[in-house]
Design a protein around this ligand. Structure first.
Ligand code: ADE
Length: 294
């Protein structure tokens, strides 16, 4: 399996009182603060499980324009982030918090950020996350200070702030006590290496579409079997790259031609989506009305 089967970190005792600290070095501290002021992460901050601070990179400059970037040596378009303000920001955070467990740079040049990486980081005490901008960061800063460079996907954003927020969200929910229901962290998409099964809620018939009857049957063993079949089928259709050759081959839903190329993956995902749009489970209309008020 290419990532942890369980989301719950095991390295950190659940009784821990010290919060996990995350310091985000950015030229847009308000953007970062506002995104972290809502929802699960905000509650974890309030309850003292997480101590997250956005640090304004411009406060670590020493010129009157508070400049954080300069032209690239060797020429070329755009600007490069200067090393000194970032180094000072890291040193100031470490002087205040203690040595960081990881100094992370968000950049499209980084290795892919995955659930396994989120799990690894969630076991650490002190993270510093640097949001890259412009054409990138002076390489000497990266060599000297950065322990991990991450990309959140193969596309280029205008800066590292949104990727940093993605990383923080994925890490935060794995810190013990941040998500209330331990079950929902352990049993989810990616746990066990497969995508999650489809979910349904009331009403049992919605706009003419019925919930799969097995889910209403009350037979827990049947429901478990159906869900595990759905997980495997979904993964095979949408993300065959997540299955080992063995798992894909052993599956009763495996296509004879195999479905491992990304072209296959794209095709099957779009076929699935189209099929789903067109084909609702026909429902007994007389039942629809009474169920819809549920
Ligand atoms: N900065 C710009 N694009 C990025 C990406 N895809 N991942 C991480 N940082 C980035």
């Amino acid at each position: 399996m290419w990532f942890a089967a369980e989301g719950r970190p095991k390295g950190r005792p659940t009784t821990k009182v010290e919060p996990v600290t995350i310091d985000v070095v950015t030229i847009f501290p308000r953007l970062v603060e506002e995104a972290l002021a809502e929802g699960v992460v905000a509650r974890a901050r309030e309850s003292g499980k997480l101590d997250i601070r956005a640090r304004d990179l411009r406060e670590f400059t020493d010129d009157k324009h508070r400049s954080v970037d300069d032209v690239p040596f060797g020429g070329g378009p755009g600007m490069v982030m200067k090393p000194e303000p970032i180094a000072r920001a890291i040193e100031a955070v470490e002087a205040e918090r203690g040595q960081a467990s990881a100094v992370i740079l968000m950049t499209p040049q980084g290795r892919r950020f995955t659930q396994a990486e989120a799990d690894r980081l969630s076991r650490m005490d002190r993270l510093i996350v640097i949001c890259g901008r412009y054409e990138g960061v002076d390489e000497r800063l990266t060599e000297m200070k950065v322990t991990d460079e991450y990309s959140i996907g193969d596309y280029v954003l205008t800066g590292g702030e949104l990727p940093a927020l993605v990383l923080i969200d994925a890490v935060a929910r794995l810190v013990p006590g941040v998500v209330g229901d331990a079950e929902s962290v352990a049993v989810e998409s990616f746990s066990g290496g497969l995508l999650d099964h489809p979910q349904y809620t009331r009403p049992a018939v919605w706009r003419g579409r019925e919930v799969p009857p097995v889910l209403l049957s009350g037979h827990h063993a049947e429901i478990d079997r159906w869900r595990s079949e759905q997980r495997r089928m979904r993964t095979l259709e949408r993300r065959p790259d997540l299955l080992t050759a063995d798992e894909a081959g052993a599956s009763e839903w495996s296509e004879p031609s195999g479905a491992n190329s990304s072209a296959d993956q794209e095709r099957s995902a779009s076929v699935t989506t189209q099929a789903r749009r067109g084909a609702g489970v026909p429902a007994d209309k007389s039942k629809e009305k009474s169920d819809e008020g549920d």
